[in-house]
Design a protein around this ligand. Structure first.
Ligand code: ADP
Length: 618
């Protein structure tokens, strides 16, 4: 967990430290109390078991002395102590019983305390002859009670529990039988346990313990009275008694604690005590408190660790949350900036858009204006053309009409005068003029042609053949021959074009007539027509060796009513009509000025193939 400390983390961390400091001690005390309670529970069990084991062990022997005291031979011996053989017999019997019961030693005493027979009669420390009148078990038994005493054997120097029973003879007490039980085996069972057991006498002197070094040490102060009382019964024979400098205290949970100095240092024990009044014993179970204290410390440490882990996790989460919020704030700010910018841009765009719209509106208005101006101009042009045409028409018609009137008036006068021939000539002239006006009218009709009339596939040679008779008088008058050179169409078939045959004929008549006009009166006049296929086009060129077209008027020769020919000769409509007809065919007509003089009209038409060939009709 990575934590970068911030100022706002200091307060919670400080609080957590304070909580740790404030709770560590009470928590330790509390946990120690709990551990001590557990320890005390175990001590209580142990103590109960130890006490019942002790009781059980000694209870086994309790009634045996009284039983043995009733033995006849023993009774006889205390009656007659000087009887050596009897003494031997009793010695042997006691030895046998002792061996049988597993006790330490059994012996019989006279009322003065002298031992007359003993199970250890053969041993160097034999009790026989010894006097143990100072022992309370003797005095108690002699008084008719039960003699009970625990002590270190003055002769054997072995600790034991003594049971004394009176030997009775006819209601009198004639001696005391003593039965000593060795307590070492009991003590042996305590060794190696993880707890300590001490048994103290009424003076607080340890009589039994699982620790050999504690035996004969007093856990109470060894006062004069205590020492005197102990010396009186010679309970511990000649053993030197010492004090164990025990410190008593009260642990958590009110448990009694005893601290004992030991070679490895002072050791603290939790002590549980039970009195065994029937034996004048106090049994203590001592449990080392160290493991419990360590357990308590570990538990507190674990709890505090948990607490700190929780605190650190909480801090980390807080920081993460804070970082997240900061990031959100930054994002929000970025978003707002972006939105603001987008808003600004949108406003800019809207402004630009608005201006564009305005411009578009302005443009449209301008365009409308332009169109209107254009249409006005067209209208004006049309009117001008119409005016021009009207002027030309009136000019063209007025002259023959004037001539017709003059001829008619003249014819009238000639008829009056009887000059019939002349009058007839005049009428013929009138007829010629009317004819000319009819031709003019027919030409004008061509302006009202139908440009979209369906086209056909036409054999060019045929059209030229049909044209020849029409232009023959004109060519003859000009003294010229028409030379033709017509190429092949596709697959060596006739040269075919898309056109209307009559209109194409009209175009050719116009062009050839113009050429004839140009060469008329010139020496060696020549007109040559060549037709050739070039890809999907067919080019028809009509060249003459006339004066050619002056560059200044070349751009105007296709305009209607443009003519350089004199009045009554040219109408100025031939090329203009031809131009429009050729355009209707999808072709073109233009003038080229070839080297070597003369003029050449180039007629370009869309080529057709034999497949498209129907029977021509227009
Ligand atoms: P028109 O023949 O009645 O004058 P066109 O429109 O046919 O009218 O011809 C216009 C003019 O073009 C002619 O007046 C003439 O000046 C000129 N032009 C046409 N063809 C030729 C040509 N082959 N050589 C010289 N000038 C020509």
């Amino acid at each position: 967990m990575q934590l970068s400390w911030r100022r706002d983390s200091i307060v919670p961390v400080g609080l957590a430290v304070a909580v740790t400091i404030a709770t560590a001690l009470p928590a330790t005390r509390y946990m120690t109390g709990l551990q001590f309670d557990q320890l005390a529970g175990r001590a209580e069990n142990t103590l109960g078991l130890a006490v019942s084991a002790l009781r059980g062990e000694l209870a086994r022997y309790e009634n045996l002395p009284a039983l043995i005291a009733q033995h006849d031979s023993i009774r006889a011996l205390v009656r007659d102590p000087g009887n050596g053989p009897l003494a031997d017999q009793v010695n042997r019997e006691l030895e046998a019983i002792n061996a049988l019961l597993g006790s330490s030693v059994i012996y019989a005493m006279l009322p003065d305390g002298t031992t007359v027979a003993a199970s250890n009669h053969g041993a160097p420390d034999s009790f026989v002859g010894g006097n143990f009148a100072y022992r309370p078990y003797f005095s108690d038994a002699l008084a008719g009670g039960e003699g009970r005493f625990f002590a270190l054997g003055t002769t054997s120097l072995k600790r034991g529990y003594y049971f004394g029973a009176p030997i009775r003879e006819a209601g009198r007490i004639t001696g005391v039988l003593v039965f000593k039980v060795d307590i070492d085996p009991i003590e042996m069972t305590w060794k190696g346990a993880d707890y300590g057991i001490v048994v103290t006498d009424p003076e607080g002197i340890i009589f039994m313990s699982d620790r050999a070094e504690w035996t004969y040490a007093a856990i109470e102060a060894l006062t004069e009275e205590r020492l005197a009382r102990t010396a009186e019964t010679r309970r511990y024979a000649e053993t030197e008694l010492r004090e164990l400098p025990v410190t008593r205290g009260q642990g958590p949970g009110g448990h009694l604690l005893m601290t004992v100095p030991e070679p490895q240092g002072r050791t603290e024990y939790l002590a549980l005590t039970e009195a065994m009044p029937e034996m004048d014993w106090t049994v203590k179970v001592l449990m080392q408190t160290r493991p419990a204290r360590i357990q308590a410390l570990i538990a507190v440490a674990a709890l505090l660790s948990l607490f700190w882990v929780a605190v650190l996790i909480w801090l980390s989460l807080q920081q993460r949350r804070r970082r997240f919020e900061e990031r959100l704030a930054v994002q929000r700010e970025a978003q707002e900036t972006l939105e603001r910018r987008v808003g600004e841009r949108t406003a800019d765009l809207a402004e630009v858009n608005r201006r564009l719209e305005e411009e578009v509106i302005e443009r449209r208005a301008t365009e409308r204006e332009l169109r209107k101006t254009q249409s006005d101009l067209v209208q004006a042009g049309k009117l001008a053309a119409l005016g021009q045409m009207s002027a030309a028409l009136s000019h063209e018609f007025n002259q023959p009409l004037g001539a017709v009137r003059a001829y008619a008036e003249n014819a009238g006068i000639l008829l009056e005068r009887g000059r019939i021939d002349e009058a007839q000539q005049n009428l013929a002239d009138i007829s010629a003029l009317v004819e000319r006006m009819d031709v003019l009218g027919r030409h004008l009709r061509n302006f009202a042609r139908m440009p979209n009339t369906e086209l056909q596939t036409v054999a060019l040679e045929q059209v030229i053949r049909d044209t020849r008779p029409i232009i023959a008088p004109r060519l003859r008058a000009a003294g010229v021959e028409l030379e033709t050179e017509i190429g092949d169409g596709d697959h060596d078939g006739p040269l075919l074009v898309r056109a209307g045959p009559v209109r194409l004929q009209q175009v050719l008549v116009n062009i050839i007539s113009n050429a004839a006009d140009a060469v008329e009166g010139r020496p060696d006049p020549r007109i040559r027509l060549t037709a050739r296929r070039r890809g999907d086009r067919v080019t028809v060129a009509v060249r003459d060796n006339g004066p050619g077209v002056a560059p200044g008027i070349a751009a105007r020769i296709f305009d209607p009513f443009f003519t350089t020919k004199g009045v009554g000769k040219g109408l100025g409509l031939g090329l203009s009509i031809s131009y429009n007809i050729v355009k209707d065919f999808g072709g073109s007509l233009h003038l080229s000025s070839p080297d070597g003089g003369g003029a050449e009209m180039l007629l370009e038409l869309p080529a057709a193939t034999a497949r498209d060939l129907p029977e021509a009709a227009e």
